[in-house]
Design a binder for this molecule. Structure first.
Ligand code: ZN
Length: 218
């Protein structure tokens, strides 16, 4: 569904006339300074949004039309495939080994008393269109549970436990939906708590990178 006039102007549905005017002026100014071919068309559409919402009768008509569509806005998925903490990222802090140890502490009862909560940093690259639209980034996050076969000992009798390859814990991936707001900017970061996954010593910090060139130039 195309952005409605309120989304286009980035204003709330109860915006008053001066908010509408201000939003239009600042957005239109920004677009005139983009020297790309699409800027004129975007300004025309902004002006259409402004003119419709700035007049009481046309705004009332427009709002009735919006109400008739009455689609609950479901945030779009920005990527088809889920990103995986262990596979999708070249760089994150702490290292993979340190992170695995940290995460395991949540599930084995070996949590140090003096723990501090650490951020795990990952970077997500978006196109300008994706950053404008915002939406959900599906993300696979590893969680562990103590191996049921060996009760976490890693051995069965004299042998390594087959079920957990002697590690005492099994890992599985749990899906996280990371929400990015509309117009999320290059350099923005979003903190994602992981307590609902049973992870209390780590949270995720997602750093957003937006490609600087409009897609039309690629
Ligand atoms: Zn086991």
């Amino acid at each position: 569904m195309a952005a409605d006039y309120y989304q286009l102007l980035d204003i709330p549905h109860d915006a008053n006339l001066s908010q509408i005017r201000r939003a239009f002026r600042s957005l239109a100014r920004g677009m005139h300074s983009d020297r790309d071919a699409g800027a004129d068309a975007r300004v025309t559409r902004l002006k259409e949004a402004h003119d419709t919402l700035a007049h009481t009768t046309s705004r009332a008509d427009y709002d009735r039309g919006l109400g008739a569509q009455s689609q609950p806005p479901t945030p779009a998925r920005l990527f088809d495939a889920a990103l995986s903490l262990m596979d999708s990222f070249q760089t994150y802090r702490p290292s993979a080994e340190a992170l695995e140890d940290l995460l395991a502490q949540n599930f084995t009862g070996r949590m140090p008393k003096s723990r501090r909560v650490q951020a795990v940093h990952v970077e997500i690259a978006l196109s300008p269109e994706q950053s404008a639209a915002g939406g959900v980034v599906p993300f696979d996050f590893p969680v562990a549970h103590v191996c049921a076969r060996c009760a976490g000992t890693g051995t069965t009798g004299f042998f390594h436990c087959d079920a957990c390859a002697g590690h005492g814990i099994d890992w599985e991936l749990r899906r996280l939906d990371v929400q990015l707001p509309r117009h999320v900017a290059d350099g923005a970061s979003v903190n994602v708590p992981l307590r609902h996954l049973g992870v209390t010593n780590v949270y995720l910090t997602v750093h957003v990178r937006v490609a600087s060139m409009p897609a039309a130039f690629e």
